[in-house]
Design a protein around this ligand. Structure first.
Ligand code: ADP
Ligand code: MG
Length: 278
């Protein structure tokens, strides 16, 4: 997932200035001294002339928990694709902190710079234990040192224990991940992302297919992640959104239709029209 690929001609770096070409951007390079961790400005993406994103501007503050809602086809997943480098915008800018231009980095470089993305389908190593899954996720970011010295140090063990507690899988640590419920697998995958210490976490429909109880616990998890990480949650489940929402952004036809506290957004006639009208 993360490689040694050099940063190609990018002005990446933080308070210490610009990183030189050939240096990898690490998450401590993300400069948020001026507040936001993510800036999208005037982003447009077209597919065969159809504008999936249309002059989209959006700012996420450091440590914020932001919910993004919007009808099917509004551009939510495409927005995440732009942030993670999977799709290049035709126009506009996307910055991670003050100085990291996401449009110039590869997907692997963006992951290494500190943006973790959770896709809808859980992708855990089924035959490995929950503990081993977290261990593998941590090592994926350590490379040479752990290859040479495979033993876990006490700091590593502490981090795994802390993550197990956070994702509420402490009592499942020794079980093969394949035996977990769908919801537990989703939490494990979030835990695996956390082992890479991302600054920004993108969660695309995290409660899809979950039971009510699992969905409730996922809400708790999202809330405990905020502050330590910046979290962007895309979700259709309004009960879930209402439970965790602070600031909500409504996307429609590739740009921001409304933004604000959940009750204000829900009462906005334009939002009601988009969801209920037509
Ligand atoms: P959302 O996640 O909000 O449901 P998407 O970002 O997946 O919306 O899609 C936005 C629009 O862009 C949709 O109309 C979709 O059909 C279109 N779209 C997304 N990806 C592609 C693609 N790779 N090729 C063509 N059209 C696409
Ligand atoms: Mg989507």
């Amino acid at each position: 997932m993360t490689g040694f690929a050099p940063v190609r001609g990018v002005d990446a770096g933080g308070a210490g200035g610009f990183a030189q070409a050939g240096m990898r951007v690490a998450s401590h390079d993300v400069d948020t001294t001026h507040g936001p961790i993510l800036y999208l400005e005037g982003v447009s993406v077209s597919f065969d002339g159809f504008k999936a994103l249309d002059d989209l501007s959006l700012t996420i503050d450091d440590g914020e928990l932001r919910c993004i809602i919007g009808p099917n086809g509004a551009g939510k997943t495409t927005m995440m694709d732009v942030i993670t480098g999977k799709t290049r915008p035709d126009a506009g800018t996307a910055f991670f902190g003050q100085a990291i231009d996401l449009t110039k980095l590869t997907e692997a470089e963006i992951a290494h710079a500190g943006i973790g993305r959770k896709f809808q389908k859980p992708t855990v190593f089924e035959q490995h234990s929950v503990f081993e899954n977290l261990e593998l996720a941590m090592k994926a970011d350590k490379r040479v040192r752990t290859v040479l010295n495979a033993r876990l140090c006490s700091t590593d063990l502490d981090r795994i224990a802390e993550t197990l507690a956070l994702i509420q899988l402490r009592d499942q640590a020794g079980r093969p991940a394949g035996l977990l419920s769908h919801g537990q697998k989703q939490w494990l995958e979030i835990g695996m992302l956390l082992m890479q210490e991302p600054r920004l976490l993108l969660l695309d429909e995290p409660v899809a297919g979950m039971t009510d109880d699992e969905s409730m616990r996922t809400a708790e998890l999202c809330q405990s992640l905020a502050g330590r990480h910046s979290v962007v949650v895309v979700e259709h489940d309004m009960d879930f959104i209402a439970r965790i929402a602070r600031k909500v952004t409504v996307l429609h036809e590739g740009s921001v239709l409304a933004e604000g506290p959940m009750d204000a957004v829900q009462a906005d006639p334009r939002v009601i029209e988009v969801y209920l009208g037509r």
